[in-house]
Write a protein that binds this ligand. Structure first.
Ligand code: SF4
Ligand code: SF4
Length: 434
């Protein structure tokens, strides 16, 4: 794609990066066919190629982001399906991340929209606040319908409606500190416990610690570690996101420089995609660039790590039919496609793929809150496709997808690691206990 940036514009890192990415696009449009919003809406402006043109125009003119461009960028799920399809290697993720930051800097959103975004950024990344908010949301659930009658307040109604009825208390394995293995120690890793996992389903982190410990891996949950920064990053709130990234880099570097780490384990693929990008996000920060690159180099999805140590020890006698939903951040963001299914299969489960598996389930961070109508259509489509495989269990590797799918199906939706833990003799996943 030909670009028309001035030499002065190309001096700025954002424009230089955008120029490098834009020049790789050959307008072929292959990406449109696999873009969920184009599939649903059939509008070129809601396709990857259409968004690329809008971003190019916004950056070339240097004008403030307008309401139309903002609308089409807001509708993008950042699912990265387009990156999997693109034959030219266009790094849409870095381009849209810069575009979202630019929109945040230059566009004045309506007041209620700004307030809702601010509330999300001030609550969700902090487990204590998130937990309190969920308790309040449970009480306020009957008001969800009232919020839905006003279009601008709909995100509030959605938040109340999807708040889970039950939240389990974290157990000892969720605690900060070192979780030693009873086996001969063969490795040491840090576990990112995450803000959503630790509040919504602490059983995922606890299953992760058990499986790693059984494999002879010492697990540290470092003090000072917090949210990975994804939420604010995807809202274009770069200052808040980068502050969280630096906090985590400091927490993990203290372990790397201390007793050492073989890997940084992430069991929510949305967070994993971001942590693997820390090196890029902090590349211009002299104090952090090297450290962030080290951290990104050590980041592994838990299934990726377990496959590398050849996980075994399965005693599973229940060949249940598990349909594996591959989160976009897993398959498109991290390019991890077969590993989780191979682990489940090795653990004795019968594993099925989801038809149209490349399409997003509509979760996408806070997309299901901010763009609830599109998210709802994608969720229905995903669950219809899942039903075609007649599963007894649905497995996924990302808390967002788990919450999204579980909100409208009676089939248990569990994390892959909970099934692997169970297949090794660990507890039955909480959602299957009844
Ligand atoms: S990230 Fe997903 S929704 Fe956004 S343009 Fe690419 S394929 Fe479409
Ligand atoms: S597939 Fe790649 S090169 Fe083709 S239009 Fe989409 S982004 Fe551009």
């Amino acid at each position: 794609m030909q670009t028309n940036f001035s030499p002065e514009q190309l001096q700025t890192p954002r424009i230089k990066l955008a120029d490098d990415i834009l020049r790789k696009c050959v307008h072929c449009g292959f990406c449109t066919a696999t873009c969920p919003t184009y599939v649903l809406l059939g509008d070129e402006l809601d396709s990857p190629r259409g968004r690329i043109y809008q971003i190019k125009d916004m950056f070339e003119t240097g004008n403030k982001a307008g309401p139309e461009t903002t609308k089409h960028l807001d509708r993008c799920l950042s699912c990265l399906s387009c990156m999997t399809t693109c034959p030219s290697g266009v790094h849409y993720m870095h381009l849209v991340d810069e575009a979202r930051a630019y929109v945040q800097e230059t566009h004045q959103r309506p007041l209620i929209d700004r307030m809702i975004r601010m509330v999300l950024a001030m609550v969700l990344p902090y487990p204590g606040r998130f937990s309190l908010a969920l308790k309040a949301a449970r009480l306020a659930k009957p008001l969800a319908g009232a919020f839905n009658t006003f279009a601008s307040l709909k995100p509030m109604g959605v938040m109340l409606a999807i708040a889970p009825d039950r939240i389990d208390k974290p157990g000892p394995l969720s605690r900060t500190g070192v979780h030693r293995t009873d086996e001969t120690k063969s490795g040491r890793v840090a576990l990112l416990t995450g803000c959503a996992n630790s509040v919504l389903e602490p059983s995922i982190n606890e299953a992760s610690v058990r499986v790693l410990n059984r494999a002879g891996i010492e697990v540290v949950i470092p003090p000072g570690m917090g949210c990975c920064g994804s939420l604010e990053h995807h809202l274009g709130m770069e200052d808040g996101a980068l502050a969280k990234v630096k906090t985590n880099v400091d927490a993990w570097m203290a372990e790397i420089d201390g007793d050492g780490l073989d890997a940084i384990i992430i069991n929510a693929s949305g967070c994993g995609t971001t942590v693997k990008d820390y090196g890029h996000m902090l590349r211009l920060d002299k104090a952090y660039a090297n450290k962030a690159a080290i951290v990104s180099g050590l980041a592994r999805d838990i299934t990726e790590y377990l496959a590398s140590i050849k996980l075994g020890g399965f005693t599973n006698k229940r060949p249940l039919r598990v349909t594996y939903h591959s989160a976009c951040s897993m398959q498109h963001g991290q390019k991890i496609k077969t590993t989780p299914k191979e682990l489940l299969s090795n653990a004795g489960f019968e594993v099925a793929d989801v038809p149209e598996g490349h399409l997003c389930c509509g979760s996408a961070g806070v997309y299901n809150i901010m763009q609830s109508e599109l998210a709802d259509q994608l969720k229905s489509r995903k669950l219809t496709n899942i039903a075609k495989t007649s599963p007894q269990i649905i497995a996924a590797g990302n808390i967002g997808c788990i919450t999204q799918l579980a909100s409208r199906t009676g089939i248990p939706v569990v994390h892959t690691i909970e099934l692997l833990d169970w297949a090794q003799g660990g507890p039955k996943p909480v959602k299957m206990a009844n």
